[in-house]
Design a protein around this ligand. Structure first.
Ligand code: G4P
Length: 530
């Protein structure tokens, strides 16, 4: 039973720059997957957006979604787990860590913009685990860059090979649909009468379809035929192993808004997105999803999802075996057995309690303070998955407490929030009382101020520091030594490891060149063992 169940799991995330169309495509996936009946239900923007992940008061105030959540739906006898990654400008480290729990990613690009900064960062994180990435080039119904230029952009900026599975037929107002290269079929779409909320009707013809000439004009239709010939003759060969190792990305074109190209994308994605695979654990151990023994790791901890209860939920990704409510598992970091009671899963808009879940599934465990990011839970004894890394923050601020009488509350708050992974805490030797906070997205400073005040009663502010990069330094360097060797600021992380801070890549490169005896790491593993 367990065997079959994991094989029908597909756990994936969507990576994109804000506004590329993640919310719209998510909605269409749910629409086509039958989890919602009319698009518009997931929309979380502005006032009408009451997104599934709108848990925090702050999110409601700002009308944005700060936290990531998990959506689960059934489509074609497959259980899809979509890990939602915050897509607004100020995303957080959670976004990165969520990718550690995914087996595949959809990368959405805006056809007019190509690869944008946030996409690049998120892609880089996928690369770290060789996560396969499927590319969807969106907004083809608007003026778009040339399809070949978009592919070169992906190849040059991200360093990954591309194989177009579909090719756009026209663009902007003339966008008619896509050519499906694998089935050698022209898929023409029609805007549905009900608008974008319903699936688009699709007409299947061949590349010689004379209607293409009348719809596009004879010359553009001829050019399209030549492009397809060129791709078939000179394009990159499809290789599944290269895709699965993250080295090659299949590319699809479409328009999530009008549903053009969404269906062929979904059909192909169903076959491309791999089921849960093996996961590495410490000590050269590999855990197979078919192993009957339960194992999972925590990749996200979120407090106060329900304001009336002040609860914390730890999100765990199951890697093998079966979760059953009430089961006893070994908690590696604490070195003891614990009982897992209530867990939740997420079905489209609702949370519901789960009694059982399988490899590939994400469960939300009620957390009385037992869990930290990176924790391994298993029935396999003392086993620990490779730790979820800590990523280099990109913004730094020195914390200032506004009411000196609240130092105790601040200490507790900042401690808990750093365990939850909302912020990384650093100390500068000699200035221990004024910790330096590091975050991946600027908005996290607002989140911190809000939460420290409302949840812990400590009003704070931040003095922003001019650094953008943190590097964990190997090679027994001390902060004093680092500062003496062209590192503008050196701090200790919460595990007392030295971390060098830099204003820009140039400063970082110079320090690396001048200090070959040290290695500068972009991520630090979270210490898993107690
Ligand atoms: P995001 O989650 O990646 O940030 O993007 P989102 O889906 O919210 O899309 C950003 C904007 O782009 C939205 O418009 C959305 O309607 C539009 N959009 C998404 N996909 C397509 C597409 O295929 N074609 C076109 N033409 N537009 C698309 P908005 O006006 O900012 O928001 P809203 O008022 O529609 O919610």
């Amino acid at each position: 039973m367990t065997q079959n169940e994991f094989q029908r799991r597909r756990t994936f995330a969507i990576i994109s720059h804000p506004d590329a169309g993640k919310t719209t495509l998510t909605e269409k996936l749910l629409l086509y997957g039958g989890a919602i009946h009319a698009a518009g239900a997931v929309k979380s923007r502005k006032a009408k957006r009451s997104a599934v992940s709108d848990w925090m008061a702050l999110e409601k105030q700002r009308g944005i979604s700060v936290t990531s959540s998990v959506l689960q739906f059934e489509y074609d006898d497959i259980r899809w787990n979509l890990l939602d990654t915050p897509g607004h400008n100020d995303f957080s480290e959670d976004t990165y860590r969520t990718l550690m729990a995914a087996d595949c990613a959809i990368m959405i690009l805006d056809a007019a913009r190509g690869v944008e900064p946030q996409t690049r960062k998120l892609f880089h994180v996928c690369r770290m685990r060789n996560t396969p990435v499927v590319t969807f080039i969106n907004k083809m119904d608007r003026p778009a860059r040339d399809a070949f230029a978009l592919m070169s952009d992906v190849e040059d900026v991200l360093g990954v090979s591309t194989v177009p599975f579909t090719w756009p037929i026209g663009s902007g107002d003339l966008f008619q649909g896509v050519y499906d290269r694998r089935n050698q079929a022209v898929l023409r779409f029609e805007r549905s009468k009900e608008g974008q909320a319903k699936r688009a009707e699709m007409k299947v013809t061949g590349i010689d379809d004379p209607e293409l000439d009348s719809l596009l004009g004879a010359e553009p239709a001829g050019a399209l035929r030549e492009e397809i010939e060129l791709l078939d003759g000179a394009g990159e060969e499809w290789s599944e192993p290269r895709f699965l190792s993250g080295d090659l990305t299949p590319v699809f074109f479409g328009s999530a808004l009008t549903n053009f190209g969404v269906e062929p994308f979904l059909q192909a994605f169903k076959h491309l997105c791999p089921p849960p695979g093996d996961r590495d654990a410490a000590g050269d151990v590999t855990v197979s999803p078919s192993d009957d023994r339960f194992s999972a790791f925590v990749f996200k901890v979120q407090a106060n999802m329900d304001p009336s209860h002040r609860d914390r939920i730890a999100f765990a990704r199951i890697c093998s075996g079966k979760f059953e409510g009430g089961m006893r598992v070994h908690h590696y970091r604490l070195g003891k057995a614990i009982r897992l009671n209530r867990a939740e899963q997420f079905f489209a808009q609702d949370r519901e309690s789960v009694l059982e879940a399988y490899a590939g599934d994400i469960i939300g465990l009620y957390d009385p303070g037992l869990f930290r990011i990176g924790d391994t839970l298993s029935t396999q004894g003392a086993m620990s998955f490779d730790a979820v890394p800590r990523f280099s923050p990109e913004h730094f601020g020195r914390l200032q407490l506004l009411d000196p009488l609240k130092r105790k509350q601040l200490k507790k708050g900042i401690q808990e929030l750093s365990e939850e992974g909302t912020v990384q805490l650093f100390t500068e030797p000699g200035r221990e009382k004024d910790p330096v906070c590091g975050v991946v997205g600027r908005l996290q400073f607002d989140v911190l101020m809000f939460r420290l005040e409302h949840e812990y009663g400590a009003k704070v502010t931040f003095d922003l520091l001019p650094y953008q990069h943190a590097r964990w330094v190997d090679g027994a360097a001390t902060c004093e030594e680092l500062r003496a060797r062209r590192v503008p600021m050196a701090v200790l992380d919460r595990d007392h490891r030295p971390v060098a801070l830099f204003r820009d890549e140039w400063e970082l490169g110079r320090a690396e060149r001048d200090n070959e005896k040290w290695t500068f790491h972009e991520t630090a593993p979270i210490v898993a063992a107690a």
